[in-house]
Design a protein around this ligand. Structure first.
Ligand SMILES: *Cc1c(COP(=O)(O)O)cnc(C)c1O
Ligand code: SF4
Length: 357
């Protein structure tokens, strides 16, 4: 993949026109009439402001630094960080660091072979029966370890009519039984837009499941609107939700409440985490995460070995240590609480399980 211009990276604004919901509610006039959109518009984008809000000394080096993948963190997520703690596990996930500029061999722009998996505009397919839709190019948070931090989102469909070639492609391929809405984050779409897209997918007879891969219930729990919950409950096909949290401290307060609401709809809800140095690379942290998840009915699904994308080497945990941690975890929690420790290897027909070869 070639060098990606900054404009093509994750966009930080709501990725469809924010008036879409106003159209559905004639008496709503303000552009950010929906509270989660207001919260997102007010998200912190300046490292100095973030440090100040946490009572941390302002580090001059980063106060003024511009970055192609800038800091982005909603207030709800910030509220779950410990004041004055430089190594808070939530803070470390979002705070830009000088180490990101360090080039390391083996760390590349597209470690998981996304470019070769493009089946149609907006669709990646690597695995049998499952197609992944790049439903939105934006996220509500910028995770420093993101495996798609260099993904060229600018090339993917944006308007609803731009999705027609993707819909046609899915309709023509009867081997596809599951569509995964991913991104970016599919919940960055407004409820109106999301419903339009899902209705098109749900109308394809051979689609049996619609899966959401999203971090918004974790970082911006107000996104879990009544309208969204209703949408989930009313598909012909089976809805499946996979959220993304890495530390137990994320699963509290408004996030916990939002997850409980999703669980209440009756659809399967699972979590995928990434094994991250200094964040969850100890058995206590993993135990807390998995325990808090199962206590609200969210099943640990995957623990991912880091994808080796440029600028993320400082997050990598040795695979052997990861395996050891998962083994220890299995001595502390019920079998159903243990995530599968996996790695994505470009060209493989599924995620590769580490340690049970
Ligand atoms: C990870 C991934 C999936 C989902 O894999 P599961 O093992 O079914 O969770 C599907 N498509 C792509 C392109 C992926 O990277
Ligand atoms: S939410 Fe997911 S896609 Fe978005 S920045 Fe974080 S890891 Fe990347």
């Amino acid at each position: 993949m070639s060098i990606v211009p900054a404009a093509n990276m994750l966009r930080t604004t709501v990725s469809d026109d924010s008036c879409a919901d106003s159209a559905a509610k004639p008496n709503c006039e303000r552009p950010f009439a929906v509270s989660w959109q207001r919260e997102l518009a007010a998200a912190i984008r300046n490292p100095a402001v973030l440090r100040q809000r946490l009572g941390l000394p302002i580090n001059a080096e980063f106060a003024s630094k511009t970055n192609a993948f800038p800091l982005l963190v909603p207030d709800s997520f910030l509220q779950r960080m410990m004041r004055g703690d430089e190594s808070d596990p939530l803070l470390l996930q979002v705070l830009p660091s000088a180490e990101e500029a360090v080039l390391r061999s083996g760390f590349v722009s597209d470690p998981v072979g996304d470019e070769n998996a493009r089946k149609a505009p907006g669709i990646l397919q690597k695995y049998r029966g499952r197609a992944l839709l790049i439903a939105a190019g934006a996220c509500a948070v910028h995770c420093r370890y993101c495996f798609r931090r260099e993904f060229p989102y600018g090339n993917e469909p944006r308007r609803i009519e731009d999705w027609q070639p993707a819909i046609d492609c899915l309709t023509a391929d009867t081997s596809i039984s599951e569509v995964i809405l991913s991104g970016g984050d599919p919940l960055m779409l407004t409820d109106t837009r999301l419903r339009e897209l899902c209705q098109k997918l749900d109308a394809i007879p051979h689609i049996e499941r619609i899966r959401f891969h999203t971090r918004l219930p974790i970082v911006l729990p107000s996104r879990v609107t009544d309208e969204f919950l209703q949408l989930l409950a009313n598909f012909r096909s089976q809805a499946v939700m996979v959220v993304h949290a890495n530390h137990g401290n994320e699963i509290v307060g408004d996030c916990e409440a939002a997850l409980r609401q999703i669980v209440k709809t009756g659809i399967p809800v699972m979590n995928q985490a990434v094994l991250l140095r200094r964040i969850n690379d100890n058995v206590e942290a993993l135990e807390l995460l998995c325990r808090r998840l199962i206590n609200i009915g969210v099943m640990p699904y995957y623990l991912h070995q880091l994808d080796r994308v440029n600028g993320t080497a400082h997050f990598e945990v040795n695979t052997q240590l990861g395996l050891e941690l998962v083994k220890q975890l299995a001595t502390r929690l019920p079998g159903y609480a243990i995530p599968k420790f996996v790695q994505e290897i470009a060209g493989e027909p599924g995620k590769t399980t580490i340690g049970f070869l």
